[in-house]
Write a protein that binds this ligand. Structure first.
Ligand SMILES: Cc1cc2nc3c(=O)[nH]c(=O)nc-3n(C[C@H](O)[C@H](O)[C@H](O)COP(=O)(O)O)c2cc1C
Length: 288
């Protein structure tokens, strides 16, 4: 009996130890989880600033829509000496400034960029890249460590080239995918911007899963008609289509034409043909 008691006591003692140790371990795990959770909870909501230049109002309309969708702060970049509203006069002045390497003076921005995590940076495309007042802005404001989402409006395209130019000018900023729309298609802006903001996680909501494009194929006569319907009334050359890829979406059919120009260069022309009755094919952007 004594023997039994002597043997059982250390056993019970040992079990108690294991029990208490388990409790301590469980508490440590729980604390660790709590810490992870509270780290996330402490993470303040990302502060968003919409900073944009717009000469004739197209980019301003996108900027204001982003502001209301994300409840963001907004500021317009204003030139000390505004560009003339006339297209020809702006081209003239812009060309002159580019040739001389001059950048337009802008009024100092009021927002403290350092207070924001994400900057939606908007501009019209000028001469294939961001408008000149944005060159002045990025020379004078520190965007180091900031997340930048470029957005732009254009006659035919320029989101990709302007984003590349911004990236090489601001190598210490973190660039995210941008948004661009033709000024001739601003009627679809709310819809497309909504989709962009959801697809990139800035806004909650359902998105349509889009199929991949088919492989590039030879054009049929019908494809050629679609291309001409979409592009022939644009005043600048789009090249000759040499191949096409397609995909169907809930809105209609998207076409990806590869075109070839007289100088041998190739471009990508994206075209949308909506399924609504009487819809006309429209190009959505050109990537040069
Ligand atoms: C000086 C100048 C240069 C332009 N260059 C291009 C260009 O290279 N590619 C293009 O697609 N559109 C070009 N555009 C058209 C503008 O990008 C387009 O009209 C834009 O939507 C204007 O935006 P805003 O109303 O915000 O100023 C140019 C316009 C101007 C005034």
């Amino acid at each position: 009996m004594y023997f039994c008691v002597m043997k059982t006591k250390p056993f019970i003692h040992c079990m108690k130890k294991i029990f208490y140790l388990s409790i301590v371990c469980l508490m440590m795990v729980a604390c660790e989880n709590k810490k992870e959770k509270s780290d996330n909870a402490d993470d303040p909501e990302k502060k968003v600033l919409v900073l944009y230049y717009s000469q004739t109002g197209a980019t301003a309309s996108v900027a204001n829509q982003i502001k209301s969708c994300l409840n963001a702060d907004i500021e317009e970049i204003v030139c000390e000496e505004p560009y003339d509203g006339d297209f020809g006069a702006t081209i003239e002045r812009g060309k002159n400034e580019l040739e001389k390497g001059e950048k337009p003076a802008i009024k100092p921005i009021v927002s403290d960029v350092q207070k924001y995590d994400i900057i939606f940076l908007g501009y019209p495309i000028w001469f294939g890249t961001y408008a000149l007042p944005v060159s002045t802005l990025i020379d004078t404001v520190n965007f180091e460590g900031k997340t930048i989402v470029p957005f732009c409006t254009f006659g035919s395209g320029g989101l990709e080239s302007s984003t590349d130019d911004l990236k090489s000018h601001l190598p210490k900023s973190d660039f995210k995918e941008g948004f661009g729309i033709r000024n001739a298609r601003l009627k679809y802006m709310q819809d497309e911007l909504d989709d962009f903001l959801k697809r990139n996680g800035y806004m909650e909501g359902e998105i349509e899963e889009l199929p991949e494009f088919t492989a590039q194929e030879e054009l049929t006569d019908e494809d050629k008609n679609v291309f001409h319907e979409a592009c022939d009334d644009y005043p600048f050359p789009m090249g000759t289509p040499v191949s096409v890829a397609k995909r169907s979406t809930s809105k209609g059919t998207e076409f990806r034409f590869i075109t070839s120009s007289v100088d041998g260069s190739q471009s990508t022309v994206l075209v949308e043909l909506r399924s609504e009755d009487g819809a006309k094919a429209e190009f959505t952007k050109v990537i040069r």
